[in-house]
Design a protein around this ligand. Structure first.
Ligand code: FNR
Length: 409
C-alpha cells in the first residue's frame, strides 16, 4: 500500500488489482497545482466534494462564532519585524516532545478523513512522514492503527477517545503501544458532540454513508463519487478488528455516545501509557497545575476547531495565559484557524512549541490525496520561512514574544 516514491519518501497507492479494475478519472491536480495558498486549496476541495461532505469538514458549532474567531484573532495580531539581522541561512527545525521535526506544523487528528479521499489516514500519515513532521492519528479512522503507523514510518502520535466501556481502555492502549506510536493525545473537549447545524440541515452524520441526497449531490461531483466507490471496493479488511480488538465497534460506540473524560480517566491513561502524554482541548490556565501534577507532558490549546462549544475564545487568544501557567514545565501546542505562515509565526511568538492544522490538510487530501496534504505543508512551510526571514528570525528559537502585539478591532 505504501511504497517508495522517487524521492525515497513513502507514497500511498492503490494495490494493482484496484488500480487496474476501475476506470481512472482525472483528479483536479491542475487546480491543486495552481493553488498558491490554503484558501485556494480549500476552494479546490470545495469544487470536488459534494456540499454535505464539504460542510461536514468546513463547518463548526452553532453560529460558528468560535470557528470564525479562530481565524480573525490571528489578524488582530501584528508583527514588528527586526531587520538588520543576517537571515541568509534559516531553519524551521524544532523538536516536539523530543522528536525532531522539519517544521513546527503538525497534523491534528481528524476523524472521517475517508470522506475526503479513499486513502484517508494512510495518505495523511505518509505525507507527514515525507515532510518530516508528525501526524496525530485519530481513534475514529478508516484504516487500522497498525497500517497508519506503518504509513507514517514510526513518526505518528495517537489521539485517544476512550471507549464507553472503560474495561477496554487497557487493551486499546496496549495496541497503540505495540504499533509504535510516539505520543498519546487525550482529547478532553467532547463530553457531548457540538451542535453542527450545517450537518443537521444537510442530514449528514459521521461516518458519512451514501444516502439518496448525497448520491444525488455526488452525481455532480463525479471524481469524488468514483473515489468514494473505489474506496468502498478497497476498504474491507483494514478497519476490522482482526488484531484482537474491534476498532469498528469502538468507533461506533464513540460516534453513538461520546463519553466525558474525567480526572480519574486521565490518571488511568497516564498509568497505562509509558510515553509522552498530551491533553488536547485546554483553553484556560485553571486546569494547568493539576494536569502537570497528573504527569502530562504537553497540552494542546484547542477548541476543536470551533466544532464543540461555540462562544469560547479563539485559541490564539487563549494561548498566552496557558503558556504562563505551564511556565516551561510541559510543551504547549495550539490548533484552530492556522491558515498562514504568519499565523504559525504568531503562535510560536506567543509560546507555542508548534501548531497543528486540521481542515487545511483535509482539504489538501480531498483535492489531491497524499500530494495534496504535502502541498499544504509545503505552502505553510514556504510562508513560515519567508515570514521568519522578513521578521529577522533565522531559527524558531529567535521567534519570541517581542515580535507580536495585539491591536483592537
Ligand atoms: C476534527 N477534530 C478532531 N479532534 C480530535 O481530537 N479527534 C477527532 O476525531 C477530530 N475529528 C475532527 C474531524 C474534522 C472533520 C475536523 C475539521 C476536526 C479537531 C481537530 O483535531 C483540530 O482541533 C481542529 O481541526 C483544528 O482547527 P482547524 O485547523 O481545522 O481550524
Amino acid at each position: 500500500m505504501a511504497g517508495s516514491g522517487p524521492s525515497g519518501a513513502r507514497r500511498v497507492d492503490d494495490p494493482p488489482e484496484v488500480r487496474d479494475a476501475l476506470p481512472t478519472h482525472p483528479e483536479p491536480v491542475v487546480r491543486l497545482n495552481r493553488a498558491v495558498n490554503l484558501a485556494d486549496v480549500r476552494e479546490a476541495a470545495r469544487r470536488r466534494l459534494p456540499r454535505p461532505v464539504f460542510d461536514t469538514i468546513d463547518g463548526g458549532a452553532d453560529d460558528e462564532l468560535t470557528l470564525t474567531r479562530n481565524e480573525t484573532a490571528f489578524r488582530d495580531l501584528l508583527v514588528t519585524p527586526r531587520p538588520l539581522v543576517d537571515v541568509t541561512t534559516r531553519s524551521m527545525r524544532t523538536e516536539v516532545l523530543g522528536q525532531p521535526v522539519a517544521l513546527p506544523v503538525l497534523l491534528a487528528p481528524t476523524g472521517g478523513a475517508r470522506v475526503a479521499h479513499r486513502h484517508a489516514e494512510l495518505a495523511v500519515a505518509a505525507a507527514a512522514a515525507s515532510r518530516h513532521t508528525v501526524y496525530v492519528q485519530g481513534t475514529v479512522t478508516s484504516w487500522s492503527l497498525e497500517d497508519v503507523a506503518a504509513a507514517g514510518g514510526g513518526s505518528s502520535w495517537y489521539q485517544l477517545y476512550l471507549p464507553a466501556d472503560r474495561s477496554r481502555t487497557a487493551a486499546m492502549v496496549d495496541r497503540v503501544v505495540a504499533a509504535g506510536y510516539r505520543a498519546l493525545v487525550l482529547t478532553v473537549d467532547t463530553a457531548v458532540f457540538g451542535g453542527r447545524e450545517r450537518d443537521r440541515r444537510n442530514g449528514t452524520a459521521l461516518p458519512v454513508r451514501i444516502r439518496p441526497r448525497l448520491a444525488l449531490q455526488g452525481a455532480g461531483r463525479p471524481a469524488w463519487a468514483v473515489d468514494f466507490v473505489r474506496g468502498a471496493v478497497q476498504l474491507p479488511g483494514p478497519l476490522s478488528g482482526s488484531r484482537g480488538l474491534s476498532v469498528r465497534a469502538t468507533q461506533e460506540q464513540i460516534l453513538a455516545s461520546p463519553s466525558p473524560v474525567t480526572w480519574a480517566d486521565l490518571a488511568s491513561v497516564r498509568a497505562l501509557w509509558p510515553g509522552p502524554l498530551v491533553v488536547k482541548g485546554v483553553l484556560g490556565p485553571e486546569q494547568v497545575q493539576r494536569l502537570l501534577d497528573e504527569g502530562v507532558d504537553g497540552v494542546v490549546v484547542s477548541n476543536h476547531g470551533g466544532r464543540q462549544l461555540d462562544g469560547v475564545p479563539a485559541t490564539i487568544e487563549a494561548l498566552p495565559a496557558v503558556v504562563d501557567a505551564v511556565a516551561g514545565r510541559a510543551e504547549v501546542f495550539l490548533d484552530g484557524g492556522v491558515r498562514r505562515g504568519t499565523d504559525v509565526l504568531k503562535a510560536l511568538a506567543l509560546g507555542a512549541r508548534a501548531v497543528m492544522i486540521g481542515r487545511p490538510y483535509l482539504f489538501g487530501l480531498a483535492a489531491g490525496g497524499q500530494a495534496g496534504v504535502e502541498k499544504v505543508l509545503d505552502v505553510l512551510g514556504t510562508e513560515l520561512d519567508r515570514a521568519m526571514a522578513l521578521s529577522g528570525c533565522a531559527t524558531v528559537a529567535d521567534v519570541d514574544a517581542g515580535l507580536v502585539r495585539r491591536v483592537g478591532r
